[in-house]
Design a protein around this ligand. Structure first.
Ligand code: ADP
Ligand code: ADP
Length: 233
């Protein structure tokens, strides 16, 4: 079965007495190794969908199976556990700890996973090498360029070897050239077999993925298959 199976997913928010269906019945499968972009205008439900797939929140109704487990019924503690082990997050704003070096930033998820210091350091160094920062282990974020900071964030996201890499507007704070560099990095990670879900409102960024899902008003409006992905650079 697919790595991710989402069925009739709905999320309702209440604005006073007004109901808002941020997601209104989304059904989608993601296979291991897929590279999927979620596109849509502001308010179409992208963040809500990402929060569901990232196990940051649970749906109002519908199911979400991750590796065959229905995580839509999980408690907050169980969700946190899944999040720590199965999901890697990359955000627009990097979210690095400013006062510690790359190695310590990249090893953070392994601290939550309870791994020994020696193993953590080894795995974090390996993750940083895999994003081309093997020679920056001891640098702090403010000693790095924006693109390098996003690479550190990507290394941190990968250090747990997550089932799913979630990238939410990963180029949003970068200039075009640096953004292309990050898209090239994601392309490489895709080729190595990582499963990637990219959330963006930019068509050109979305077309780096192999499947583009268009959301509108909380519904999956259409899906495109990208035959020749945009080549970075
Ligand atoms: P996008 O990320 O595509 O901009 P969102 O998922 O943030 O879309 O929002 C989808 C809809 O749900 C919007 O109408 C938004 O106003 C509403 N919404 C999102 N989060 C909340 C919330 N916490 N409370 C109330 N309404 C919300
Ligand atoms: P948006 O894309 O709507 O601007 P963010 O990307 O900042 O929002 O965050 C999306 C969701 O992820 C939010 O629910 C936020 O609480 C959560 N989040 C943000 N940073 C982290 C983090 N470092 N680890 C886990 N969850 C986070």
């Amino acid at each position: 079965r697919a790595l991710i199976e989402v069925n009739g997913l709905k999320k309702r928010y209440m604005m006073g007495s007004q109901e808002v269906w941020a997601l209104d019945g989304v059904t989608l499968s993601i296979e291991e190794g897929d590279y999927v972009a979620v596109m849509g205008p502001s308010g179409s439900g992208k963040s809500t969908f990402m929060n569901m797939l990232g196990c940051l929140d649970t749906p109002t109704s519908g199911t979400y199976h991750l590796r065959g487990e229905d995580v839509s019924t999980f408690s907050d503690d169980e969700l946190a556990e899944i999040r720590n082990h199965e999901i890697g997050f990359v955000f627009q704003t990097f979210n690095l700890l400013p006062r510690v070096n790359c190695l310590r930033n990249a090893e953070l998820p392994l601290i939550y996973a309870g791994m020994s210091k020696r193993d953590r350091r080894e795995r974090a160094a390996e993750a940083l090498r895999s994003v081309g920062l093997g020679d920056r282990l001891d640098h702090r974020p403010n000693e790095l360029s924006g693109g390098q900071r996003q690479r550190v964030a990507t290394a941190r996201a990968l250090v747990n070897r997550p089932a799913l890499l979630l990238a939410d507007e990963p180029t949003g704070n970068l200039d075009t050239e640096t953004g292309d560099e990050i898209m090239e990095l994601l392309e490489g990670l895709h080729r190595q077999g990582n499963t990637i879900l990219l959330v963006t409102h930019e068509e050109a960024i979305a077309h780096h993925a192999r499947r583009v899902i268009h959301l509108r008003d909380g519904k999956l409006e259409r899906e495109e298959t990208v035959e020749e992905p945009a080549l970075a650079g």
